[in-house]
Each structure stands twice: as C-alpha cells, then as structure tokens.
Design a protein around this ligand. Structure first.
Ligand code: SAH
Length: 204
C-alpha cells in the first residue's frame, strides 16, 4: 500500500469520511507535490504543515471532512477562500465542474498554477485577493469552502451562495473556532455549528 492509500485508510476512513468520490479524489492527488521540499518526508502525516509566511497546508483529514460536507456531485461551481498550497483546490477540482480559488498572498498563488497543470487540472481559476470579494462577478456559487477563519460569518459570502448551495467555513478567534455549515434552502439560510477546528485567520 502506498503512503497516500495508507493516509486515506488510517486518517480519513477511520474517522468516518465515507463518500467514495471524496476518497477517490484524494487518491488521485499526490500530496507531496503540494508540500514544501523540506517537509516532503512528512507529506502524508496526520498534521497541517508549514507553507511560507506563517500559513499552513491543512491536515489531510480536515480537507476530506470539509469536502465531504459540500456533497459535490460534479456539476457545481465552487468558490474556495485560501488557495494556500493548492492541495484542497486540486481535490475540489476533481469533484466539481469549476473551482474559483482566491489567495491573498501573492507569493503562494504563484506556484499553484504550475502544480495544477502538472496534474492536468484545467477547471480552476486562480485570483490573488480577498476571497470574500474577488470572485463576486462569478457568483452565485453552488459551494463555498474557506480555509481561513473570519471572526463572524461574512454576510457578503452568504449572499454569493446559490439556492441549494452549501458553504463550509471555520469561524471564530485563534483560541476558539468551530466549523460552520451554511445552506441556502427555499430562500432561507440555515446555519449549523459543527466541530471545533483551528485555522489561520481570514484577513482582509
Ligand atoms: N487549503 C490550503 C490552506 C491554506 S491556509 C492548503 O491546504 O494549502 C489558508 C490560506 O488562506 C493562507 O494561504 C492565507 O494566505 C489565505 N487567506 C487568508 N485570508 C484570506 C482572504 N481574505 N482571501 C483569500 N485567502 C486568504
């Protein structure tokens, strides 16, 4: 069994992620491609890893769990906030029609396009800027995933959610954060607080 397959079994399936499409998507994305060279030996470890500028590449389990919550079936247009290494972006790209991914930090955004091209991923648009605002011209989205945590759910983000759409986002301070699942159903917006998590702050 290779390291990726072992990661999926021991860290992801064992903790309850069962969506076969999500597991297949993770099988098809080599995580070592997204990890800085000096951390490559740890690419499949059960932990977030450092990127540049104090940012981190998310723990594999959290990528799987958040992706599963979006319930992607293949036709969706997805907004991602916090491209980072592009690992989560690649997983989303395998599962949706189109991914619009925003990263505030220009130094991080630069290498992502190249990595995605190496994997022959062509359904991603990358922009440098604040993810709450920078893809407003492409709204509404069927799914929104944020890898950075605002103090409160930004209403500007909820506005960009299509009917039937789902948004998964960490919300809170550095000390106390929870994952939230926001759904727009029949014109109403439902907000559910889920597990405690730890993400970098969403900056503006
Ligand atoms: N999913 C990424 C996680 C990156 S960490 C990965 O696994 O690699 C979160 C990222 O969000 C950081 O790169 C940070 O620079 C970025 N970020 C913070 N605030 C942002 C904002 N308002 N818009 C877009 N990106 C933002």
């Amino acid at each position: 069994m290779n390291a990726n397959e072992q990661m999926i079994r021991d860290q992801i399936v064992s903790r309850g992620v069962r969506d076969a499409r999500v597991l297949d998507a993770m099988r098809s994305v080599p995580r070592e491609l997204f990890v800085p060279p000096q951390h490559r030996a740890s690419a499949y470890d059960d932990t977030p890893l450092p990127l540049v500028h104090g940012q981190t590449i998310s723990q594999p389990f959290i990528v799987a769990a958040m992706t599963e919550l979006l319930n992607l079936r293949g036709h969706e247009r997805v907004l991602e906030l916090g491209t980072g290494s592009g690992y989560q972006t690649a997983v989303l790209a395998r599962l949706a029609r189109e991914v619009f991914s925003a990263e505030l930090e220009p130094a991080l955004a630069r290498s992502v396009a190249e990595r995605l091209a190496q994997l022959h991923i062509t359904n991603v648009q990358l922009r440098v800027g604040d993810g709450v605002q920078i893809f407003r011209d492409e709204a509404p989205f069927d799914a929104i995933l944020s890898a950075a945590a605002p103090i409160e759910i930004p209403e500007a983000l909820v506005e960009q959610l299509a009917e039937g759409g789902r948004c998964v986002i960490p919300v809170g301070t550095v000390e106390e954060q929870h994952l939230w699942l926001i759904e727009r159903k029949g014109g109403a917006v439902e907000r559910r607080k889920l597990d405690a998590v730890r993400f970098v702050p969403l900056r503006t």
